[in-house]
Design a protein around this ligand. Structure first.
Ligand SMILES: [Zn+2]
Length: 221
């Protein structure tokens, strides 16, 4: 299956970002497959150890992150899985655990409760939140403009409100750029790697990642 124009553009853009960090070689010998937008996967990385093949699946439409960021995230998984030494992975785990201890994030319930009465960028003030009843998928957010927002599933919900909830501080947002990055050390690394490639991390993280990636930076023409 051929890849779409949007995917081609995302790969080209990602390559530029990766090159500036000296890791443009990460997209060599890689198969990219488009995935239907009904799958809700965003992106997926698969490494076949026996065959030594790498496949990345991309869903052309993602909620908030650009396709470029999703692709960079999957490249981060490749780095972690195929390149890093056990000692380097251990270092990432230790750094991630330290951050989790320092910045404990509020629960999803607290994040949502804190939204009531709050103005949300572009949407207005949240008046009421209704959780999905049995067999339903959608959370319903009623706004002061009489509009409603329906959000499907916990993943996209967390994503959406993590960035808007007043219970999440700017410092937390810097080191955990998405709620997904809070999942575990591998997802955290893939997320911050993507943001780092796009020059969107605080100095402390930049220092950590630049040092970690130094042995992998190769000159590109
Ligand atoms: Zn991931």
């Amino acid at each position: 299956m051929g890849v779409s124009k949007a995917i081609k553009e995302a790969i080209t853009e990602a390559k530029i970002c990766l090159d500036t960090k000296g890791v443009g070689w990460l997209i060599n010998d890689l198969n990219v497959h488009p995935v239907g937008s009904d799958k809700h996967i965003g992106g997926k990385y698969v490494y076949d150890h026996d065959k030594n093949t790498t496949d990345i699946y991309l869903e052309p439409k993602t909620d908030e992150l650009s396709l470029t960021t999703v692709f960079l995230h999957e490249c981060g998984h490749r780095l972690y899985t195929e390149e890093f030494t056990p000692a380097e992975r251990k270092e990432i785990r230790a750094y991630y655990n330290k951050l989790r201890k320092r910045y404990s994030l509020p629960s999803i319930t607290d994040m949502i409760d804190a939204l009531i009465g709050e103005p949300i960028e572009k949407f207005g003030v949240v008046q009421k939140v209704t959780r999905p009843k049995k067999g339903e998928q959608f959370w319903v957010f009623e706004l002061d403009s009489d509009d409603v927002i329906e959000v499907e599933g916990l993943d996209s919900l967390e994503f959406f409100f993590y960035r808007h909830s007043p219970t999440v501080t700017d410092q937390q947002l810097e080191v955990f750029p998405t709620s997904y990055s809070y999942t575990d050390n591998m997802e955290w690394f893939a997320e911050v790697f993507a943001f780092w490639c796009e020059d969107d991390v605080p100095p402390s993280l930049d220092k950590f990642l630049s040092r970690l990636l130094k042995p992998y930076a190769r000159k590109t023409i």
